[in-house]
Design a protein around this ligand. Structure first.
Ligand code: 16G
Length: 245
């Protein structure tokens, strides 16, 4: 970042010139995914631009997803994210989906324990009066890239020892003869909250996909009520449509 080349004689507003310069550095590979950018104050000193101009230029790159801002740690070049296409009509688990693509899957556990259920969980899971709920909360990643936050709730009767789930919930259910065979899923658009943005390594406010899944045993008993937040920049959900009868 040098002061040379910024001019106010027709090359567009100064913040646009800065935006273009950073975008070019990313495109040419001079700035690489994960590289950190100097603080706003330093960039202003290096370029001779005002802090307001620097902020506007950086904000535009954050909005377009080329830079990522993390509270307390600074501004970085966004990691390269290849979009994953995910079929919507198959009842598969995260681990299975990643394995099918030849990718590894990792979980960072946030919590894994039995709790007293919330009214929402009682309704979704159809819990008995004094039944507790197993809650599994984790960040799901592949090759170090966080892709989704998952908050799964299961009746205690289905998963009495949540701490036994180490890698795959569905593998554990399968081993206990309780693998779900049917599920309903709802997808909605959200803006990622600051807390979730921190967990996913994205900028607060970017687009995310909230997915709710309720899955069932052949008997009709509910197995899980899971709320997931998928990165909007990492997922494409695809479904096959048939002609209405
Ligand atoms: C998927 C499911 C989630 C399930 C999890 C089990 C969606 C939106 N959600 O992520 O409901 O609990 O897989 O994954 O697809 P695991 O067997 O790898 O733990």
């Amino acid at each position: 970042f040098s002061p040379e080349g910024f001019d106010d004689t027709g090359a567009g507003p100064l913040y646009v010139q800065l935006h273009r310069r950073i975008a070019e550095a990313i495109a040419s590979g001079r700035l690489k995914p994960g590289d950190s950018l100097p603080a706003e104050r330093e960039m202003a000193a290096m370029t001779g631009l005002s802090r307001v101009t620097v902020r506007k230029g950086v904000e535009a790159l954050v909005a377009s997803g080329q830079l990522v801002q993390r509270r307390g740690s600074g501004t970085f070049v966004a990691p390269k994210v290849e979009k994953l296409e995910q079929a919507l009509s198959l009842l598969t688990s995260f681990t299975e989906d990643m394995r099918r693509r030849g990718l590894n899957s990792e979980s960072r556990w946030l919590s894994r324990a039995l709790h007293n259920p919330s009214p929402e969980e009682v309704m979704a899971l159809g819990l008995a009066a004094d039944e507790r709920v197993a809650r599994l909360e984790r960040v799901r990643s592949s090759d170090g890239l966080p892709l989704a936050i998952e908050r799964a709730s299961l009746p205690q009767a289905i998963l009495p020892e949540p701490e036994r789930v180490t890698t795959s919930l569905y593998a554990e259910l399968q081993a206990r003869g309780l693998r779900p065979v049917r599920a309903v899923q709802r997808i909605s658009a959200v803006n990622v909250t600051p807390r979730d943005a921190e967990l996913l390594g994205v900028t607060a406010g970017v687009a995310g996909l909230r997915i709710e899944r309720i899955s069932y045993l052949p008997s009709g008993k509910v197995v899980e009520f899971t709320r997931s937040l998928y990165r909007g920049d990492a997922y494409d959900f695809a479904v096959e449509l048939k002609l209405a009868p």
